[in-house]
Design a binder for this molecule. Structure first.
Ligand code: ADP
Ligand code: MG
Length: 914
């Protein structure tokens, strides 16, 4: 700051004692500082500058005289409409820093000069604030009996008249200094004892005109040589009683000023307008006098002096425009005129300078203005100068000279011209230090923050892993508990099932025992009847044969003895043919009777055996409707009926039986197919049946007969034949798959489906047929049958799938097959997964095996995971009751990287040891 030293161009010139009487901003802003009587300042304030030429006139100072310098405020006018457009692209030439009481005047784009003033009033400053800052202290000192001056200096159009002379008719906040001063004066005086009188003048070309009386156009100035008081006897003096009359007076004066200037062919900007307000106050002063005889204060007497009239004078000067007038007098003035127009202004400047420089000589007499202000400027008078400037860079030069005028008025020593660069350097240094401190602090905080984050993260991680561990433990416990529950309930169910099965079998047994007795009775009756019939037939045949032999003999005899017995011969031939036909018919009948007999024998045997064994019900005949059959055993375990059937076919001849398959008699066909099926159940017969064309005939039956029994039995027979590998190829070659699919589609009896599924399941076990079987729709046909839901059917389907999976796995291992399983391709996986835990243990077993086979090939792993098969495998590896399957599942799971990864993700552990 100024007190710290005066810097210029960045060079420290050393400490300069700076006198700053009004350095405290409050002094300017508040009126109270001035109210505390000026005389006091002389003794107390070292801040107050003591300059000897205290007034323009160098008037003798009495004890009360208070030296004071001109207080200077700068007011910036806002951009006007014209400037808004014209200067749009340019920066303002000045910048105010009111808080620093500084003004920066831009020199160019990068450089500017800085000046200090008592007060900086920005373009936003209100009229009220301007009054309070600039004029109010002066008005208060006038009310206290001093003279005071408020002057506005500045280029035309920058707001001098706006600041001083606005009446505020339309907008009360726009009232200028003149109006507001009168308001304060009127408010402070007492109308009974005090008086206010006003003159309003214009000074133009060193002539004083009375604005209140236009006729008075050459008023002279009179100075009292003793007191130095200045008076204008010729000027109109109007007594002011109220604000309203004052405003009217101002309006009148302003109007006259305009008229006078028009008459003089000049502009108001060339003239100075001067408002003089005389305040006379009558003051009663009490004086204390002491008696001469005694020093005792108690004897003192109070005496009153006569009232004192205190006179104060306020001069408000709206100066002419500060712009220099062209010497040529381009506006119609002669050079002399031009000189005299600005004479008063330049004289004012010189006087101000002289005062500021403490010069012994102040050239007051040089102009009318300075003479007029002689008793009101400097010295005991309080003086405020408001310098008005505009923002436009176009008037930079004028603005600069205006500012310099204001600076000179502030007193030379006081003038501060601070290089901007310096200011920035020190500021930047300060800021840099601050910045460094903040950076260091920030770094420390950052570090602390990071440490804290790290700590929190670690803590959170620990908590998470602990929670995860707890969760996994709880999950594992829950899983084991569930599994135990599950196994327990399964065990119970199985026990229940076995129990009820036994009960059921016992019931059957009782049933069968009960029915068996009747059945055996009726069957033996039937047998003996049939046997009788057979005996009869055999007897009849023998008789017929004998008769034929007789006839043959007779014929030979006749041919030998009678050469011409033609008619008889013909007769005999016909008879012979008849006999032959009859014989054939009888033979057929015999065969049917025999097959019936064998059937009946078989049935009675079955029943008998059933009774003997207590009824196991597990045998499969292939002939019956499987009412007793639960599980497919296509080979009959018992020897009795097979022996009888074998005997039968030995007796009747295989060819014959097969030929009966094509018989037109439906009964015959049914019997024949049953016989063939029974034969086919015995491996020993299978080759011969096929050789004799039995397979083709059976397939033909499937193809052409709508009777479901025939088809069921035929399918069963084919299924039995399909156990043989060579037959399997034959079946395939003859379009077996298509035929099976068709049969399955039409079948209503689940047993038909069971037979068909069994046939396909057998084919599924043939390595060579894999591709063909699949391409002809074997897998699809198999899967199509699951909708039956009959456990017999499902178990055949499961067997087929297991067979297929096994062959496929083998082929993959040997490198004969690549790519994912055809079972998966054909959409078998969902059913497999669904039934992997089927309650029927046989189905479950098949599927478990199938899953293990599929899982052995990495190429299937992804599908198996997405299809949910992994869970089943895990279950198998833990729960399967067959250890070999359990081990297989475990091995498979641990050897597949894909399963391994997935299990790690799912946190499944496969125990290697059980
Ligand atoms: P001067 O007396 O210095 O020649 P004026 O007081 O006549 O200037 O002002 C010129 C124009 O600028 C006027 O229209 C005035 O209303 C306007 N003006 C001046 N100062 C301000 C201000 N502070 N705010 C708004 N307008 C202003
Ligand atoms: Mg003006």
């Amino acid at each position: 700051m100024a007190s710290g030293g005066n810097y210029r161009n960045g060079i420290h010139k050393g400490t300069v004692k700076v006198d700053r009487p009004f350095s405290a901003p409050s002094n300017l802003r508040t009126s109270s500082s001035f109210k505390s009587k000026l005389p006091a300042a002389t003794t107390t304030s070292s801040n107050v500058r003591r300059s000897s030429p205290a007034s323009f006139g160098g008037a003798a100072k009495d004890d009360n005289s208070v030296p004071g310098r001109v207080r200077v405020a700068v007011r910036l006018r806002p951009q006007n409409a014209e400037e808004l457009v014209a200067d749009a692209d340019f920066a303002d030439c000045v910048e105010l820093q009111p808080e620093l009481k500084r003004l920066k005047l831009r020199k160019n784009n990068w450089d500017s000069d800085t000046y200090e003033f008592d007060e900086l009033l920005t373009e936003f400053a209100s009229q009220k604030r301007v009054y309070e800052v600039v004029a109010k202290p002066v008005v208060e000192s006038v009310l206290d009996g001093y003279n005071g001056t408020v002057m506005a200096y500045g280029q035309t159009g920058t707001g001098k008249t706006f600041t001083l002379g606005r009446l505020g008719d339309e907008d009360t906040s726009a009232r200028g200094i003149m109006v507001r001063s009168m308001e304060d004066i009127l408010a402070d005086i007492s109308p009974q004892t005090d008086s206010i009188s006003v003159s309003y003048l214009q000074l133009y070309m060193e002539t004083i005109q009375d604005l209140l009386n236009p006729a008075n156009d050459n008023i002279s100035i009179v100075e009292d040589p003793k007191t130095g008081d200045v008076s204008l006897p010729g000027a109109t003096l109007v007594e002011i009683r109220d604000q309203q009359s004052f405003v009217e007076l101002l309006r009148f004066g302003e109007a006259h000023r305009f008229a006078a200037n028009t008459k003089l062919n000049t502009e108001s900007s060339r003239s100075h307008a001067i408002l003089m307000v005389h305040v006379k106050r009558s003051v009663l002063e009490r004086e204390v006098t002491f008696s001469s005889e005694s020093d005792n204060p108690s004897h003192s007497v109070n005496t009153f002096k006569p009232p004192v009239i205190r006179k104060g004078k306020l001069v408000v000067v709206d100066l002419a425009g500060s712009e220099r007038i062209h010497k040529s007098g381009s506006e119609g003035h002669t050079l002399e005129e031009a000189k005299s127009i600005n004479l008063s202004l330049s004289a004012l400047g010189k006087c101000i300078n002289a005062l500021a420089e403490n010069s012994a000589h102040v050239p007051v007499r040089d102009s009318k203005l300075t003479r007029l202000l002689r008793d009101s400027f400097g010295g005991t008078a309080r003086t405020s100068l408001i310098v008005t400037i505009g923002p436009s860079p176009r008037h930079r030069a004028e603005t600069a000279s205006t500012i310099l005028f204001g600076q000179r008025a502030m007193k030379v020593e006081n003038m501060l011209k601070i290089k901007e660069e310096f200011d920035y350097k020190s500021l930047s240094r300060r800021l840099e230090i601050q910045l460094d401190r903040l950076i260091a602090e920030n770094e420390r905080q950052q570090k602390a923050f990071e440490d804290e984050v790290e700590r929190l993260t670690l803590e959170a991680q620990n908590r998470i892993s602990e929670a995860e561990r707890n969760y996994a433990d709880a999950l594992e416990r829950e899983r084991i508990r569930c599994q135990m529950d599950y196994m327990e309930s399964i065990k119970k169910l199985e026990e229940k099932w076995v129990c009820s099965q036994q009960k059921h079998d016992n019931n059957d047994f009782i049933d069968e025992t009960y029915r068996g007795e009747g059945l055996v009775g009726s069957v033996s009756e039937e047998v003996s009847e049939v046997k009788k019939l057979l005996q009869n037939e055999i007897h009849l045949r023998k008789v017929t044969e004998e008769e034929i032999n007789n006839l043959k003999n007779q014929l030979v005899q006749f041919t030998c003895s009678e050469a011409g017995g033609n008619v008889d011969i013909l007769k005999l031939r016909r008879m012979l043919e008849d006999e032959f036909h009859q014989k054939k018919k009888l033979e057929e009948e015999i065969m049917i009777l025999r097959s019936q007999l064998s059937q009946v024998t078989f049935e009675s045997d079955q029943t008998g055996r059933y009774l003997d064994r207590g009824g196991s019900g597990n045998g499969f005949s292939g002939l019956d409707s499987a009412s007793q059959v639960r599980h497919p055993q296509f080979k009959d375990a018992s020897n009795g009926p097979r022996t009888s059937i074998t005997n039968l076919h030995e007796q009747v001849g295989l060819q014959k039986i097969l030929s009966l398959l094509e018989s037109e008699d439906a009964n015959v066909r049914i019997h024949a197919v049953k016989v063939v099926a029974n034969l086919a159940a015995d491996e020993a017969n299978q080759e011969r049946i096929v050789e004799a064309g039995g397979l083709a005939s059976l397939m033909m039956l499937l193809r052409s007969y709508e009777d479901e029994t025939i088809r069921r039995v035929a399918a069963g027979a084919i299924a039995n034949l399909a156990m043989n590998e060579a037959n399997q190829e034959l079946i395939m070659a003859q379009g077996g798959i298509g035929l099976f699919a068709m049969t399955a589609a039409d079948a209503e009896d689940p047993q038909t489906l069971r037979m068909v599924a069994g046939a396909i399941a057998n084919l599924c076990g043939n390595d060579k047929l894999q591709m063909k079987l699949r391409s002809e729709g074997g897998i699809k046909a198999l899967l199509g049958m699951v909708k039956s839901r009959h456990p017999d059917v499902l178990s055949q389907v499961a067997r087929g799938i297991a067979n297929f999976a096994k062959c496929e796995s083998r082929a993959s291992t040997q490198g004969n097959k690549t790519g994912r399983s055809l079972l998966i391709e054909d959409g078998a996986l969902p059913w497999i997964v669904q039934n992997a835990n089927n309650e029927a243990s046989l189905i479950r077993r098949h599927i478990e095996l199938a899953l293990c086979h599929l899982a052995q090939h990495e190429v299937n792993a992804k599908d198996m995971i997405s299809g949910g098969a992994l869970w089943e495998l895990v279950r198998i590896s833990r729960d399967c009751s067959r250890e070999d399957i359990r081990t297989l599942a475990r091995r498979t799971l641990t050897s597949s990287p894909t399963f391994h990864t997935e299990m790690r993700r799912l946190r499944i552990e496969v125990q290697l040891q059980l």
